[in-house]
Write a protein that binds this ligand. Structure first.
Ligand SMILES: *Cc1c(COP(=O)(O)O)cnc(C)c1O
Length: 374
């Protein structure tokens, strides 16, 4: 028998998320609601549908492997050189390509935990050791939901090639502020690349949460990841990008790029989305307003919900996470449980969030969700 590498064999098997149509059929309702994957509830932008439709007529050809048009549009948008940019089949693929470009046996990749679930997996696949630094409480008496940048700094040694800082953090929604992040970047050795994963940047409403692309300037060991999957509404097309201060970082990523993995449709859609930025901003503002409403509703119910800077909220319900998500699912609402820790709920359309709140109210007698005294 041929065996995969032990590091790969030890990885958990892939478990696909629950599909709303299947769930609805199974429990005999018209419609189930999915608040599990942090997509926006708006339909694709009209300009995106048009661009994809036009590009469909050319799909007998390979896409531009250098994504020149998209790269130029991004360079213009951010005021950087095209050589500082690499695009990828989703930001996830860029994480993977970074890990492959910078890891070798004996090296490590550091990140907070709990954070984006892909980090430990892609470290192992790249042959690097994942170093997980526990989150700490963001406020007195609160749950551990916030980056410990001092701890992360202390975890960096001369084997650490990459550090991922997910800001805002998935799944807790908390963000690190400018001063502490600047101090951290100043202290990280020049031989360690800090990757600021800003998949949710467009939903940040706190002016003290820094824009990574600005922080990156003048720091050769900093790169920023962004995606079209969340705010820009292109989750189904798979396209993200990296912007690095040092063009050598973008070049290393391009060298490990899976050829042609950013499709022609994805490139056309991303260019059209960038040209519709005003509409995207309006949609993000609506998500931010709905996030405030949802957070308020949850707090009124006695739940200890942190201020989220992303398009989801985090319910730190500990051991009740799995039973709560299961009970919600029985009422046609799909959320994302992290067993033993909490449940992540995407901010949906107002009527979806109302359905979630109604389901939560209905199941709370059965699933005792931890409530903190007000
Ligand atoms: C969703 C997400 C991404 C990017 O996803 P893609 O769809 O691959 O672009 C990256 N990082 C985090 C933390 C995310 O939550």
């Amino acid at each position: 028998m041929v065996s995969p590498r032990p590091a790969v064999e030890a990885l958990p098997a892939y478990r696909p998320g629950r599909n709303p149509a299947d769930l609805a059929r199974e429990i005999g309702v018209d419609r189930a609601i999915k608040l599990a994957s942090n997509e926006v509830a708006f339909p694709p932008l009209p300009a995106v549908v048009q661009a994809v439709t036009a590009a469909a007529g050319e799909t007998n050809r390979y896409p531009d492997n250098g994504a020149a048009v998209l790269t130029a549009a991004l360079a213009e948008r951010y005021g950087v050189d095209p050589g500082q940019i690499a695009s990828g089949c989703g930001a996830v693929t860029l994480c993977q390509e970074l890990a492959q470009a910078y890891s070798e046996p004996g090296t490590s990749i550091a990140f907070a935990w709990r954070s984006f679930e892909m980090y430990p997996l892609l470290a192992r696949v790249a042959g690097a050791r994942p170093v997980q630094v526990p989150l700490v409480p963001g406020r007195d008496g609160g749950p551990a939901d916030t980056h410990d940048l001092d701890g992360l700094l202390a975890a960096i040694d001369d084997t650490t090639r990459l550090v991922f800082v997910c800001n805002p953090n998935n799944p807790t929604g908390t963000a690190v502020r400018r001063g502490e992040l600047e101090r951290f970047l100043d202290a990280v050795p020049a031989t360690t690349l800090v990757v600021l994963d800003e998949a949710y940047r467009e939903f940040v409403s706190d002016g003290d949460v820094p824009d990574g692309v600005e922080l990156m300037r003048g720091r050769d060991n900093v790169a920023v990841l962004r995606t079209f999957s969340k705010a820009w509404g292109l989750a189904g097309l798979r396209v993200g990008y990296l912007i690095a201060e040092d063009p050598a970082v973008a070049e290393a990523v391009r060298k490990t790029h899976v050829p042609f993995s950013v499709s022609m449709l994805a490139q056309a859609a991303a260019v059209a989305a960038l040209a519709s930025e005003d509409e995207v901003r309006r949609r993000c503002a609506a998500v931010v307003a709905e996030r405030a409403r949802l957070t308020g509703e949850l707090r009124e119910r006695g739940l200890d919900v942190a201020d989220s800077q992303a398009n989801f909220v985090w319910l730190p319900v500990g051991e009740q996470a799995a039973p709560l998500a299961e009970a919600l699912e029985a009422r046609a609402v799909i959320t994302r449980p992290f067993p033993g820790e909490g449940v992540r709920v995407t901010v949906g359309a107002p009527e979806e969030d109302d359905a979630f709140l109604a389901a939560l109210d209905a199941v709370r007698d059965d699933v005792r969700v931890a409530v903190r005294p007000a």
